[in-house]
Design a protein around this ligand. Structure first.
Ligand SMILES: NC(=O)c1ccc[n+]([C@@H]2O[C@H](COP(=O)([O-])OP(=O)(O)OC[C@H]3O[C@@H](n4cnc5c(N)ncnc54)[C@H](OP(=O)(O)O)[C@@H]3O)[C@@H](O)[C@H]2O)c1
Length: 349
């Protein structure tokens, strides 16, 4: 049996989407955090069936994910999109808990949607599946929860500036190729995105709904309401894709029921283990995506009084979408399950 860390028993883990950009980050963070792993199964699609991934000095062949992939598995970390709809019932049947990064289950009432440090207690209500939010939601709810507890948020207006890694590895490659081609006078061919992304930005992420909002904007709105348990919160969003490789940024205007000063907000946010405040405009201190890439905190700067409302504050919120927005959030949920001895017993066969 492999050695345990922090007194936790090693966990049999399956990762669906192990070859993707979030899957790669999952493996990196599991190692960084010494996550206690017993058996490890790396799963992806047919496309990757000859791939081998090295993890902690051992080679793992990538297997095609099927309903038979989950024997003896404690936790399934899924970062593979909607295929989890087909696979989750078999994983649960085998006794595993599924932590899913896709939007497949997030808004189902029986599925907890969790950002550890914001609404951990929801994990206890799981029935085999725990959903991890959209990347732009995960970083947003961290300051919103703290400021809501302080002064009662009555309205939120969010504009996102989302990096291409939020759309996966093909999107990162598209930005790199288009940047090169653009600088060398070669033709640009949008494939992943609807328009040129190099030296441009695109006010369109996911599909358009009938009301003119995009699915991405709807996800941020609905998921924020669910995580904060504020189903009536007045919140609106415009989501924009920008030519940044890693790191989502958000301009956030919050209006409050009670007066709140910049100082009160700053002290409360700085007290959180999840947040780093970078806020000193006199010295040009504010976070950018390049500062946040590869790091764990949610970075906050540019906190200022809103000049157009009575009790309003502006924030600039930046985080690594692949970490807090995806892989790190899922691993923190897994760590919570271990910490609170909430693993199920894999079904023997
Ligand atoms: N990127 C982010 O910032 C972010 C943030 C939050 C949530 N998410 C969610 O995380 C998931 C993965 O995103 P990503 O950015 O890592 O995308 P990606 O780089 O395109 O990777 C997709 C992964 O899913 C696997 N996959 C696709 N279809 C599959 C199937 N039918 N069966 C098994 N595996 C399959 C792929 O395997 P092959 O390589 O074999 O095709 C690959 O490993 C998506 O649901 C996404 O919405 C992403």
């Amino acid at each position: 049996m492999p050695a345990t860390t922090n007194g936790k028993r090693p966990v049999n883990l399956a990762i669906i989407g192990a070859t993707g950009v979030v899957g790669t980050e999952l493996l990196k963070i599991l190692d960084e955090r010494n996550f206690p792993i017993g058996q490890l199964k790396l799963l992806a699609s047919e496309r990757s069936k000859d791939t081998v991934i090295n993890f902690r000095d051992k080679d793992y062949p990538v297997e095609v994910a099927t309903k038979d992939s989950f024997k003896n598995i404690d936790i399934v970390l899924s970062a593979a999109g909607s295929i989890i709809n087909e696979l989750a019932p078999a994983a649960i049947e085998a006794g595993a808990i599924v932590i899913d990064k896709s939007s497949a289950f997030r808004m189902r009432t029986e599925v907890p949607l969790v950002v550890p440090g914001v609404n951990d207690s929801a994990i206890h209500n799981h029935k085999g599946i725990i959903a991890s939010p959209n990347c732009s939601t995960s970083q947003l709810v961290v300051p919103l929860k703290i400021l809501h507890d302080l002064a009662g948020i009555t309205r939120a207006v969010v504009s996102t500036y989302q990096s291409v890694s939020g759309a996966g590895s093909d999107a990162m490659e598209e930005l790199e190729i288009q940047t090169h081609n653009s600088l060398h006078g070669q033709p640009l061919e949008p494939k992943v995105f609807t328009k040129q992304i190099a030296f441009n930005l695109i006010p369109h992420i996911d599909k358009f709904n009938k009301d003119g909002y995009t699915k991405e904007e709807e996800k941020l709105i609905e998921e924020t309401r669910k995580i904060l348990n504020l189903p009536q919160l007045a919140i609106t969003c415009t989501a924009v894709r920008v030519p940044v490789l890693i790191g989502h940024s958000e301009s956030v205007l919050l209006e409050f029921a009670r007066p709140i000063s910049v100082e009160q907000a700053s002290i409360a946010l700085a007290n959180s283990d999840l947040i780093e405040l970078w806020d000193d405009v006199e010295d040009n201190i504010y976070p950018t995506p390049v500062d946040a890439a590869g790091k764990d905190p949610v970075y906050i700067g540019r906190i200022r009084k809103d000049n157009s409302s009575a009790n309003g504050l502006h924030l600039w919120v930046v985080a690594d979408n692949l970490r807090i927005g995806a892989a790190l959030n899922a691993i923190r949920i897994a760590e919570y399950l271990l910490e609170h001895k909430l693993l199920r017993q894999p079904v023997a066969s």
